[in-house]
Design a protein around this ligand. Structure first.
Ligand code: NAD
Length: 263
């Protein structure tokens, strides 16, 4: 299937590692012109050069904290100046700390809202008017399976990602008439550094080896294994493509069946 992504200009946020990087790689492989950001130049430079080696496509990158309200517009502006347009944007950020309710301070709540919700708002504010100008666009928010079924111990994720889901669903209504689709994708347990960190933390507090945590997670998934980042990226590549032109306002899990809900 030709996804029709050749020449499309795509921004993938928080993409030096993990899911963001897998999405950037998949889009580059499909012929899109991809711009990535993350906080540290060193990791970005390495990611860009490895993606270039794997796909043959140039990757443009800029060090940027996605919570920087004035930095995001400058980055989007720079991408548009370089490539002449912005067609696709995938919002993403690191995960908020894994904590239960009484462990979280008001400052940590604010920081998590900045990281998880406002970062998506900053990108949406910048890219949607540009997409509207072209009467074509794709916005995808990366959240978590926690928006379909709360995950124990991930209170900040369970709470604030629901707001991102509401944001995406509403933007889908507001911008559909402009040829722009907005969808939300929910990763399940996927083998990235974020998952390593969560396993380490849970293993420490339970006093068991981290392998046991991975086994526990796998046993909760009907497919009995954890996802590879490329399995997640494949869905995002489809959703931002020409081929997904009638999928709008959807929240889709890539969780191996972990979520027990009917819809
Ligand atoms: P990861 O930790 O492997 O990678 C996160 C990426 O975000 C890195 O490139 C990092 O440099 C970048 N980043 C972090 N904070 C940033 C900031 N403030 N500004 C710019 N860049 C920043 O994480 P991942 O597994 O790829 O997860 C991506 C998102 O998906 C996270 O929010 C995570 O919580 C969520 N998620 C992951 C899983 C999973 O199993 N991996 C499951 C559900 C949800």
């Amino acid at each position: 299937m030709d996804l029709g992504l050749k020449g499309r200009v795509a921004i993938v946020a928080a993409a030096s590692k993990g899911l963001g990087r897998a999405v950037a790689t998949e889009l580059a492989r499909e012929g899109a012109q991809v711009a990535i950001c993350a906080r540290h130049a060193e990791g970005l430079e390495r990611a860009a050069s490895e993606i270039r080696k794997a796909t043959g496509s140039e990757i443009c990158w800029q060090a940027l904290d996605v919570t920087d309200a004035s930095g995001v517009p400058k980055f989007v502006d720079a991408v548009e100046k370089r490539y002449g347009r912005v067609d696709i944007c995938v919002t993403n950020a690191g995960g908020p700390p894994a904590k239960t309710f009484l462990e979280i301070s008001p400052e940590e709540w604010r920081a998590a809202v900045d990281l998880t919700l406002l970062s998506a708002v900053y990108f949406a504010r910048e890219v949607l008017p540009r997409m509207r100008k072209n009467q074509w666009g794709r916005l995808v928010t990366i959240t978590s399976m926690s928006v379909k079924q709360p995950v124990d111990g991930l209170l900040l994720s369970n709470s604030i990602r629901a707001a991102v889901t509401g944001l995406a669903r509403t933007l889908a209504n507001e911008f559909g008439a402009d040829g722009i689709t907005v969808n939300n994708v929910c990763p399940g347990y996927t083998l990235t550094e974020r998952l390593d960190e969560l396993a380490e933390q849970q293993a420490k507090s339970a006093g068991i080896p981290r392998e046991k945590i991975f086994e526990r997670w796998s046993s909760q998934v009907p497919l009995r294994r954890l996802a590879k980042p490329e399995e997640f990226a494949a869905l995002v590549a489809f959703l931002v493509s020409e081929r997904a032109s009638y999928i709008n306002g959807a929240t889709i899990a890539v969780d191996g069946g972990w979520t027990r809900s009917l819809l």
